[in-house]
Design a protein around this ligand. Sequence first.
Ligand SMILES: N[C@@H](CCC(=O)N[C@@H](CSC(=S)NCCc1ccccc1)C(=O)NCC(=O)O)C(=O)O
Length: 208
Amino acid sequence: MAPYTITYFAVRGRCGSMRIALSDLGQEWKETILSFDEWTKGDLKAKCVFGQLPKLEDGDLALFQSNAILRHLGRKHGAYGKNDKEAAQIDMMVDGVEDLRLKYGRLIYQEYDTGKEAYLKDLPDHLSKFEAVLAQNKSGFLVGDKVSIADYALLDVMLNHLVLCSHSLDKFPSLKSFVDKMSARPKLKAYLESEAYKKLPINGNGKQ
Ligand SMILES: N[C@@H](CCC(=O)N[C@@H](CSC(=S)NCCc1ccccc1)C(=O)NCC(=O)O)C(=O)O
């Protein structure tokens, strides 16, 4: 039996990073996919700590909040830095990615038809921050000298942005190299090329 079960909707959404992490870390997982009709019945929602998904089940642990799930997987599988200082830096990067994810989510769900041009105009200001961190860390990772959950989070959001605008990384060579190198990691490459990954829409409203 797979050690992990993800319960979520039939979208990439807030499960992109954790699925990338599980794949790269060589972990298997089961998916419980809910339709929006099943969800609106309300009985599962009532059992969710914050009334929302995703949920990760790890044995008798039921965890909500996508970034808490990512941190749990990082701690369990050696993807959370080599000491407290690196773990703190990884937390900082995960939170920085979350800031961009929230802006992206607002565009997708609230402002897509009128705000895409302005969003893309403003995007380089956010990408430049990750570009600077990657440019100064010769390992090719955001923190330290091995892959961490911060890299999984950044890769997920960058892949979404390359769908939003295929040229979005053209002026950011370190970010582009990061995405190429991460996506070429054998286990991760296999997942990104899988039907399981490709069949899921990125967002819940069909916009990308
Ligand atoms: N901070 C939480 C946020 C979780 C969250 O927003 N979950 C959404 C789904 S994740 C997401 S990207 N939401 C954006 C819109 C959306 C709604 C429903 C399905 C898919 C997308 C949800 O459960 N919505 C249903 C509800 O609140 O009743 C986390 O990081 O897990």
